[in-house]
Design a binder for this molecule. Structure first.
Ligand SMILES: [Zn+2]
Length: 311
């Protein structure tokens, strides 16, 4: 570790005792929803795997800044690249579930979703030796229409979820959902702690800021300001990234020009931006702050029609 890095850790620990949450969705670059139209699940194994060096880079960064993170890992990765789970677990980070097939939840039946959750959790727990208590749906695909997933997560004993993006977007999002940690209530009354990605409230809307393409496009000072804003409100900001976002040498994928741009914009800048955030803030995994997050937390009902309560 460089002297400068040590100094910044020291500084951040003294001046910034508040914790934010860092998370990674662990999947290969060719498994993204934007390429799903042209690349089927059956074809995944024919692509070059590029995950291991990217995960190594992320683990080295976290180690350098003394940070911990939650890794939402795809079951396919556990099946075909199990060394990735070993690397992450051995470095002391939290292992959580990202499902098996990377299907949007609207494409799954509740039965198939339950089976994917069971299979993925079993593999992740067997390899890592850690209990899996957190879930993130592929492409943030829990919406009012797929709110049955909340009931299934609750029934299966998941303690938290991070699948609901409280924004307007063409592929996902629940614009009326709270932009802060709350208990999500499913249509059958199931309850799970919901940790949404970081957004900022502007013009009576939540605007996305805390991860993926948004983080790669926006100036880092805006993300720092948003995390400071969350802190002022007593909230932990949730940042999310993918290992493939650190890989600017990844092959081109068959997808539309818009999706190509969204997928590849500023890949070269991801590492530098994450470094800046790690210099400014203390980041931890969800499991390290879970009990704190639960204190005084309100509820929000999903499914139709949505209804807000404050009990
Ligand atoms: Zn994903």
């Amino acid at each position: 570790m460089t002297h400068q890095a040590k100094q910044s850790i020291k500084r951040s620990n003294i001046e910034k005792p508040h914790c934010h949450i860092l998370s990674f969705d662990v999947e290969e670059y060719f498994q993204v929803e934007a390429a799903a139209e042209n690349i089927s699940y059956a074809e995944w194994n024919s692509f070059e795997k590029r995950l291991v060096p990217m995960v190594e880079l992320i683990l080295q960064l976290l180690n350098e800044y003394n940070a911990s993170a939650t890794f939402f890992i795809l079951g396919w990765v556990a099946r075909y690249e199990r060394e990735v789970i070993n690397m992450i677990a051995n470095a002391g980070h939290e292992i959580a579930s990202h499902g098996m097939s990377h299907s949007m939840l609207r494409e799954l039946t509740p039965q198939r979703f339950r089976a994917e959750l069971e299979d993925t959790r079993k593999m992740l727990e067997d390899i890592s030796g850690q209990p899996v208590i957190g879930f993130r749906a592929p492409t943030f695909s829990i919406t009012h229409q797929t709110a049955w997933a909340i009931d299934i997560l609750s029934e299966m004993g998941y303690e938290y979820d991070s699948s609901i993006f409280p924004i307007h977007h063409d592929r996902y999002g629940v614009p009326d959902a709270p932009g802060y940690v709350h208990y999500a209530i499913g249509p059958a009354g199931g309850r799970v702690l919901e940790i949404p990605p970081l957004t900022v409230r502007l013009w009576r809307r939540n605007l996305p800021i805390g991860g993926g393409g948004y983080l790669r496009i926006l100036p880092v000072c805006l993300i720092i300001a948003a995390l400071n804003g969350a802190e002022k409100n007593g909230q932990c900001g949730m940042i999310y990234l993918h290992p493939w976002e650190f890989d600017d040498a990844q092959p081109l994928l068959p997808m539309s020009r818009l999706n190509q741009w969204r997928h590849r914009v500023n890949l070269k800048r991801t590492e530098g931006k994450l470094r800046k955030l790690l210099e400014h803030f203390n980041f931890v995994s969800v499991s390290r702050v879970l009990n704190t997050l639960k204190v005084g937390t309100g509820t929000y009902h999903y499914g139709n029609p949505p209804k807000k309560t404050n009990d």
